[in-house]
Design a protein around this ligand. Sequence first.
Ligand code: NA7
Length: 546
Amino acid sequence: MQNDEVSSRDVDVVVVGAGFSGLYLAHRATQMGLSVQVLEAGSGVGGTWFWNTYPGARCDVESIDYSYSFSDELQQGWVWSERYAAQEEILAYLNHVADRFDLRRHIRFDTRVSTAEFDGSGWVVTTEQGDTVSATFCVMASGGLSAPKKPDIAGLDDFAGQSFHTARWPKEGVEFAGKRVAIIGTGSTGVQLVPMVAREADQVYVLQRTPNYVVPAGNRPLGEGELDTVKATYPERRQNARRTASGVPAAAKPGPGKDLSDAARREVYERMWAIGGAPAILRGFTDVMTDPGVNVFVADFAREKIAQTVRDPETAESLSQRDFPFGAKRLCLETDYFEAYNRPNVELVDLRKKPLERVTAGGFVAGGEEYAVDVILLAIGFDAISGAVTEIDVRGRDGVSLKDYWADGPKATLGLQVAGFPNLFLVNGPGSPAVLGNVVAFAEQHVEWITDCIGYLRDNGVGTIETTPESDETWADHVDEVGGQTLYVRAKSWYTGENVPGKPRRFLPYAGGLDRYRDRCDEIAAKGYDGFVLSREHDPAEAASG
Ligand code: NA7
């Protein structure tokens, strides 16, 4: 970079996190001739896929799409074995990427960042070990689902057995044979975990507070011929995905279900159930998410499938969601989940009928009944989207804390930058569309925008870039408004922050879709970062509007 102050820094860019986003950032920034230091809390690359090693952990986006598109050699060379990749395979892929592009030399592992402070022209990041790294730019590639939710369960500290959050699974594994196990939580994680633990443990109690809509994953091995067909048209497939709302290629367009008879709808949905996966099932008709009658049809269909599978009618009813529309929360994809409840060693504890009172030294008490267990698995979710950033003490101009700035709810222009925090970028931050689709496609878009922006600043001798409070508010209001038009606001979930007690309610992801979002980001960049404040000098008073 150009001026003396900047060149005296350790690196041009410091990146927090070596998951999908951080790895690509390191690759792209170094390709541009920038120096990069990635700081990673884990002892290996992979982020979410490094930490979530619980049995059954698997992606809910198809492997051929949930992968980088930036290198044709990479996508042609890598062989995915299943429709939905298991955690081990995604982690192996990310390790391959780190080696193939020689990224490890930019990464410091076992290094958790505790503070990040703007010093007038750049960032000083401090690690838990007390080391500092100074950089012109700081990028939070710290992940949307990487801050485990703190358990709000009475008595958990008194438990004498083994207990941990599923995203902190012991690396040495867990022996379930001969054990009684409680699994708290029935989101995607719980749904994947239950059948796996049920195969080994003596007894499994599944503690469910809210039933979710759970649909067949339709996972299967990928035939070699099938993968070859995809590879032959990968560039077109990726191009197609870039122009969709969700970052996965658009399938042939179905028609609306509104005017069809129930029998005709049923025929379509039997097919969708057999295909499995969220895109088929959410978009079996074009109006599942907009027409209340069609939505109720699909919800009824899903409940019928449970009743056909789960033998005990009371358990089947407890597993059936009736309070919010189909698709209002991210669908959970299952393999053998409902069948698990037919096993003699699995019992659903419906916390709506038997509230969880407390954990004791030897188990838990729900609805006045005592249950003895040896292990408690906390599949209770995450302080999503903003939690990994607010865990760090981030201080911007004049020492202002990001946590304080976000006291009423996280806000960031385009989900990328925050007023008062110059040269700080967020990947897949609050206000970005990432979690509503294929996170890898969104991460690539973010990383490309951020690195292009840094390139622009370098080429134009600009010292800092930041947003304004007005722009943050306007974008957050827009995100709220667009989110308010969807069914997502009809359920309490990590999309709104309501899964974490005390977290201000705000619809966090931008529901306008990748295509619209990309256009908006590109338009702003093409106009020299219109609406952002670009400053040649480091004195904000001399800042010139971009
Ligand atoms: P989720 O989807 O946030 O699910 C967490 C589950 O844990 C959910 O069933 C919660 O019930 C339950 N929970 C949380 N706290 C408690 C307490 N205190 N008592 C009982 N039950 C509790 O997290 P996941 O890890 O499953 O999935 C996250 C994302 O990862 C997923 O959407 C995919 O994108 C991948 P609640 O619904 O709050 O009543």
